[in-house]
Unconditional design. Sequence first.
Length: 117
Amino acid sequence: MDERTRHVVLVALPVSGTVIRINHFPVIVEEDLREIALARVDLGLCVVFALEPRAARALYRISTAHRGQRLVLIVDGEPLGARVLESVIDTAELFIFLEVEDDELPALIRSMRRALG
């Protein structure tokens, strides 16, 4: 096993069962977040993460280098959603649809906010 595959793991999303191969090293961690909010967009409700500048730059680099791949949101060790990197993300906001019921989103967001401190 070489260095590129040593830290690769498979995760399955909770509703769709979609299995995604991820690198076990996180791209964005709690310290990278300024705010977490619920957002209503054309496709429905999602979570928006406001990023610190360093994290926004990292997301920009990853969205440029890994176009077409997925970014997976893992909360408390559970994969809850994924975003396909369809284009370059050049803002300090990351929108992700989660595989949880819409009525569960506010409580989940409150829980994630508490983890931010």
